[in-house]
Ligand binder design. Structure first.
Ligand code: AKG
Length: 267
């Protein structure tokens, strides 16, 4: 881990990228994070994974990728990135009418290659993120950062263009063989994004209402990515049951004023 953890080298989003995000519900951000910093993150991620062997759990979502949730609470380099003022500024620019954001969750995602004879992870079913959330509004986005090169057939995300305009379409990962597409066949009338390759340090950002998924990993090494999810700091808690918020003492119809959901300074 050669890079001392100071400020994460993150670039600003452009006006063009912001316009694209608002129109499509997602945007690709080449070179979002500097290469040396990403190399350090990748080494840290691999060390954590070595320390935490263990098979897949059996929930439907666990069949699509492994998660090390809240990694930024355990590792200073991931914290520096998640709490980067530039990243927070980018999030406020991308979301419409949002002055400040809170960090909701960070995650290290690992999609193991499909193995001969079974094993590994499968495709990520097409879904929206918002329908699970105990929030009174959907002004929320996720930055998905490639920690290593992620060719399209390793499982880079795919998106249904403009699907964020249709509101919440229901929960996924609830039943077998049930995703946003099987429940809403009309989604096929929207353009699916073209497959694309990401280099380490490239990111995609997706709105909590955009329908997204990913193919299985057809390469011979794990797909490694880091995600940070931000939401409008003015959002009110609804009290809907949710593993992350249950028992925290949040007040219904009040903002998420809790150390688990820090407002991220933008300067
Ligand atoms: O990485 C994946 O395959 C899915 C990730 C995802 O759905 C998300 O970050 O919202």
């Amino acid at each position: 881990m050669g890079v001392p953890v100071t400020q994460a080298p993150v670039r600003e989003v452009t006006e063009r990228e912001t316009a694209r995000f608002r129109a499509a519900g997602w945007v690709r951000l080449p070179g979002l994070v500097g290469p040396e910093f990403v190399t350090d993150l990748r080494e840290r991620a691999l060390e954590r994974l070595d320390e935490r062997p263990g098979g897949f759990r059996n929930a439907l979502v666990d069949r699509a990728f492994g998660q090390d949730r809240d990694i930024a609470r355990h590792d200073p380099a991931f914290a520096a990135l998640a709490l980067s003022p530039v990243l927070a500024r980018n999030a406020t620019r991308l979301l419409t009418g949002v002055d400040a954001v809170r960090l909701q969750v960070t995650n290290l995602l690992v999609k193991e290659p499909v193995a001969d004879g079974g094993g590994g992870h499968g495709a990520t079913a097409f879904h929206q993120d918002f329908p699970w959330m105990p929030m009174d509004r959907a002004s929320m986005l996720t930055v998905w950062l490639a920690l290593d090169d992620v060719p399209a057939d390793m499982g880079a995300l795919r998106f249904y263009e403009g699907s964020h305009r249709y509101g919440p379409l229901g929960r996924s990962f609830v039943r077998e063989d049930d995703d946003a597409l099987s429940r809403h066949p009309w989604l096929e009338t929207l353009e699916p994004s073209e497959p694309f390759d990401l280099a380490a340090g490239d990111a995609t950002v997706h709105h909590s209402l955009v329908v997204h998924g990913a193919p299985a990993n057809r390469r011979d090494r794990p797909r490694l990515s880091f995600t940070a999810t931000y939401f409008d700091a003015a959002t009110l808690y609804t009290g809907a049951p949710y593993g992350q918020t249950d028992g925290l003492g949040l007040t219904v119809n009040e903002p998420f004023d809790h150390p688990r959901f820090p407002v991220v300074p933008t300067s």
